[in-house]
Ligand binder design. Sequence first.
Ligand SMILES: *[C@@H]1O[C@H](CO)[C@@H](O)[C@H](O)[C@H]1NC(C)=O
Ligand SMILES: *[C@@H]1O[C@H](CO)[C@@H](O)[C@H](O)[C@H]1NC(C)=O
Ligand SMILES: *[C@@H]1O[C@H](CO)[C@@H](O)[C@H](O)[C@H]1NC(C)=O
Ligand SMILES: *[C@@H]1O[C@H](CO)[C@@H](O)[C@H](O)[C@H]1NC(C)=O
Ligand SMILES: *[C@@H]1O[C@H](CO)[C@@H](O)[C@H](O)[C@H]1NC(C)=O
Length: 425
Amino acid sequence: MAPSLVITIFSFLVLLSLSNAATKPRAFIFPIKKDSTSLQYYTTIQIGANSTSLDVVIDLGGKFLWFNSAEYFAAASTYRPIRCGTKLCRIANGVGCVFCFLSPPVPGCTNNTCSDYAHNPFTGTLGYSGLGEDTLHVYATNGAKYVSPHFPFQFSDPVLREGLATGTQGLIGLGRTNIALQAQLASSFKLSQKFTLCVPSSGDGNIIIGGGSYNAPFQKISESLISTSLIRNPVATWPNEKIGNLTVEYFINVKSIRVRNKTLSLNTTLLSIDKNGNGGTNLRTVRPYTILHTSIFRPLVNEFVKEATVMNIKRVASVAPFGACFDSKTISNSKTGPVVPTIDLVLQSKSVYWRFYGSNSMVKVNNDVLCLGFVDGGLDSITSISVGGHQLENYLLEFDVTSSKLGFSPSLQLSDTSCSQFKAS
Ligand SMILES: *[C@@H]1O[C@H](CO)[C@@H](O)[C@H](O)[C@H]1NC(C)=O
Ligand SMILES: *[C@@H]1O[C@H](CO)[C@@H](O)[C@H](O)[C@H]1NC(C)=O
Ligand SMILES: *[C@@H]1O[C@H](CO)[C@@H](O)[C@H](O)[C@H]1NC(C)=O
Ligand SMILES: *[C@@H]1O[C@H](CO)[C@@H](O)[C@H](O)[C@H]1NC(C)=O
Ligand SMILES: *[C@@H]1O[C@H](CO)[C@@H](O)[C@H](O)[C@H]1NC(C)=O
């Protein structure tokens, strides 16, 4: 009797561990789509008992998922408030506790609930309300479906959606918090807190969370990424404006800027983050174009115009919001787009830089005119350089959140590919 019981328990354990090993996902995949009107990037998630499908805008520096959806509301049988004082409440690191009474309680109004401010980075609006959890249905890179059982989010007031791309219902954060998408999937499935972002200019790109391997030629490209430190802004501005919470955004250490190999003469104080959290360079998917402090914007535009003239490119009247525009008939084309002066963000040393060619630096405003796709953030801009979507497109960007490293590729166009081809393997 005893030996057979032992054998039974033993084989049960073996089976259990085998099935765990066989089912542990390597990485998860989410599409990235671009809304051509708002120039916002969004993904699709599935949440709750009915796997309600929602389009949500991607905010690389966002704290958590928030949305409002009547369809989810109607089917929210597995919605649970995150109670004040619980472990998940501590992980969420929010602000305060809400007491909201409706009988029966509904998403967004539950008693004794851990709460926080959701932030809309387009209007600067904040929405304070309780946090809840539900099942998030996710796809592994091999196509298998998994459930993250306690995924935290805020069911927000519908007003908070103003300014989001038409058809989207909220926003999903990939910032440096414990309840951002990558952080939650990493903790639910014991994956590393790593994600790869390939932002498309057209078609669908992908976010791959947890590492893993990619299709050709991306796997090879990913093996020789340029590496730089992700730095943390020590100061959290109160996020009641468009800038968000700077401590959870991704900053890189840009030391200088070159235009066609010429280093701009800049006030370098602006390039580092000071003790009040001002200055520095962050990466923002919620801005269509890179925004520069006026003291950086002016020298960049001046040098770009000067070098363009050397290349026989003719300047024409500027078109807002851009600072310099050119006659497209005087610009030739290559696989990296319009042939214009290159722009480099130079990082920890002169040989480590992020180079933008015409596809990333120029914006077509009509058939005759191409403009330099950088905009003036004014003299009061808190962050000196916010690298925006147009400049982030068609690079492979690997964020290793745990070790605070960013790996980035040269323009994918140099390898004759683009983010719409990026997949897992
Ligand atoms: C749940 O989904 C099913 C199938 O799509 C649908 O028929 C049903 O109405 C949904 N339930 C709610 C409450 O929305
Ligand atoms: C709300 O929660 C608080 C704290 O748990 C409790 O004291 C209070 O009775 C609750 N109120 C209602 C209406 O449920
Ligand atoms: C900003 O984020 C940090 C890290 O999550 C958090 O500790 C801080 O309370 C946040 N600040 C504000 C004003 O939301
Ligand atoms: C910029 O420098 C690189 C190498 O340092 C060189 O190959 C390239 O020709 C230079 N470009 C121009 C426009 O001077
Ligand atoms: C450089 O910028 C900093 C921050 O805006 C400013 O305080 C300082 O006076 C500037 N220095 C020069 C030489 O313009």
